[in-house]
Design a binder for this molecule. Structure first.
Ligand code: TEU
Ligand code: CA
Length: 544
């Protein structure tokens, strides 16, 4: 694998709205981010991916863009963004922008024009189908509401939307539309943006039967074109595609450096494991062995061919410690560190979601009125009104799986609203901020924060973590996730106990003598041949 400037870095995802509010309006903003850059520098991250910051009516918190060139007023101005980029440069951090190119807002001027006039230039920027008001075309259910087809009385046509009614899909078959998007990307590159996360990018090709063709060859053609006319023009950018439907085979194609598409993609197999009849709306826990197999498979299969992205949480997922670890106060910190160990010693680029580095947990709102997320509110209505799930059961699902779990304000300190805002936060703060917050953890050398800091530093310093060959151990064990990495004569062993019970293991021969412990979440000092792992224990041994 050819070496790339970004191979040693760890990225950090900022959900701006919930990160830090500088002016007391209850909404996080750019000046808030700027005020926390020293914190991020101390953590050691090399990139920040910021959630969409373009103008938007915010039906889906910015994932519905009404002006690709303007900054959402809640977040600040273009000057604030420029200042953010500059301040990041000083700290060796690149700013990655979230590009929402599968759809725009229904308030985007393109759409307003398109919905007025069948013969106008912008009509073809979206996807239309004739029909009558009571007879929509054939189509699947939309992600956040109703059918994918929505009626427009004024021109007697249906438009297509993968997500909510307020998010009409752009028509990628239209070359003018594509060129307008590429020009927009170049505009942000000139503003100093050094990376892009491509939202829902494998939805841009439709299958002609009211659905998306996430396996289409055409997606690759468009990505190559986009690469050529925008981010590929500079070699100092970093790109990652959000590809919810990607298979291993597709991922290899997307991120094959030779093909000039994307640097890497987010795959979702590991976070979708355990889904049921109604997708993620279930109270079932994830299946550890399946999870492990999926993680191993991606490590093995992409090795030498393409690059992995590594994540356990983001703004669409519940908090990783609540989901894959154990957020009971007795195990919270330990299991958060264990999960981080498991992920950060793998090959690929780790993405830390804001607050994960503190071990922030699910908020478990038990009142529907506390939820803000369009997806949660939509599915609550749809699944309970059709009688598929009872309201009581659906509330339990929301508590475990709602995207709002990840969207409560960042917990900075013990002051009111966790130091996130001096005003009224747009979504309630998790009351556990008195126990879990950045200020306390910065003072404590054993905190989850300092553990992440160490993992991030190790990746920066050690080639073996970046390039070492991966080999899984204990594949069938139902508590232990263990693997080695090898680079030349160097060897690395990662051991994690994913359970609340002790687990017995034997150290591989090579590591029984002369190995150095790089990191441990329990301060283990003795590494005998036979080891009884404590609940959620993790360690990494290194041998030269
Ligand atoms: O998500 C795409 C996507 O497929 C998600 O709907 C995901 O499967 C779901 O949220 C899991 O519950 C992206 C963004 O990350 C998300 O925040 C947006 O709502 C969505 O696109 C539409 O832009
Ligand atoms: Ca604000």
């Amino acid at each position: 694998m050819d070496k790339k400037w970004w191979h040693h870095l760890t990225a950090y995802q900022i959900y701006t709205r919930s990160f830090c509010d500088s002016n007391g309006d209850g909404i996080g903003d750019f000046q808030g981010i700027i005020s926390k850059l020293d914190y991020l520098q101390e953590l050691g991250v090399g990139a920040i991916w910021i959630s969409p910051f373009n103008d938007s009516p915010n039906y889906d918190n910015g994932y519905d863009i009404s002006d690709y060139y303007a900054i959402l007023k809640d977040f600040g101005t273009t000057e604030d963004l420029e200042e953010l980029v500059k301040e990041c440069e000083k700290r060796d951090i690149i700013v990655m922008m979230d590009l929402v190119l599968n759809h725009s807002s229904n308030e985007h001027p393109w759409f307003l024009e398109a919905a007025k006039d069948r013969d106008g230039k912008y009509h073809d920027y979206y996807i239309w189908e004739e029909g009558t008001e009571d007879q929509p075309p054939q189509g699947e259910g939309a992600f956040f509401g109703g059918n994918v087809w929505e009626w427009t009385p004024q021109i007697q046509e249906y438009y297509y939307h993968t997500f909510s009614i307020q998010q009409p899909d752009l028509n990628w078959k239209n070359e003018d539309m594509r060129k307008d998007l590429y020009a927009m990307i170049r505009y942000w590159m000139e503003k100093g943006i050094r990376g892009f996360r491509m939202d829902a990018i494998d939805n841009i090709v439709k299958n002609g039967h009211g659905g998306n063709d996430q396996q289409s060859e055409k997606i690759h053609t468009y990505l190559q074109e986009m690469n050529k006319y925008s981010f590929g023009l500079q070699d100092n950018l970093l790109t990652v595609g959000e590809t919810g439907g990607t298979t291993l085979e597709m991922a290899k194609v997307y991120s094959d450096p030779e093909r000039k598409e994307l640097d890497m993609v987010f795959q979702f197999e590991h976070v979708e494991n355990g889904n049921g009849d109604y997708g993620k709306w279930t109270t079932e826990k994830y299946d550890f062995k399946e999870f492990k197999n999926i993680m191993i498979k991606w490590q093995e299969e992409l090795a030498g061919k393409a690059w992995n992205s590594l994540f356990l949480g983001n703004h669409d997922q519940p908090r990783s410690v609540s989901r894959f670890g154990n957020d009971n106060p007795a195990y919270r910190d330990i299991s958060a560190k264990m999960l981080a160990t498991c992920l950060h010693m793998m090959q690929g680029t780790p993405y830390v979601y804001q607050g994960e580095e503190l071990g922030m947990t699910n908020v478990y709102f038990d009142k529907l009125e506390d939820y803000r997320d369009i997806e949660s509110l939509h599915y609550f209505t749809e699944l309970t009104e059709t009688g598929r799930l009872t309201p009581e059961y659906m509330m339990k699902c929301l508590m475990l799986r709602s995207r709002d779990n990840a969207r409560t304000p960042m917990q900075w300190d013990t002051s009111a609203s966790a130091g996130f805002t001096t005003g009224e936060p747009w979504i309630k703060v998790n009351p556990n901020y008195r126990q879990i917050n950045a200020a306390d953890q910065l003072k404590d050398p054993d905190s989850v924060f300092h553990y992440y800091q160490k993992l991030i530093r190790l990746r920066k310093e050690m080639d073996i973590i970046v390039y070492g060959e991966f080999e899984a151990l204990y594949r069938d064990h139902d508590q232990i996730f263990a693997y080695t990495r090898k680079l030349g004569s160097e060897k690395l062993l990662t051991v994690c106990n994913f359970s609340a019970q002790e687990a017995e293991m034997e150290l591989p021969e090579t590591f029984t003598e002369g190995a150095q412990c790089l990191i441990t979440n329990m301060g283990r000092k003795v590494f005998d041949r036979k080891i009884i792992l404590n609940p959620y224990e993790a360690f990494v041994l290194y041998k030269k």
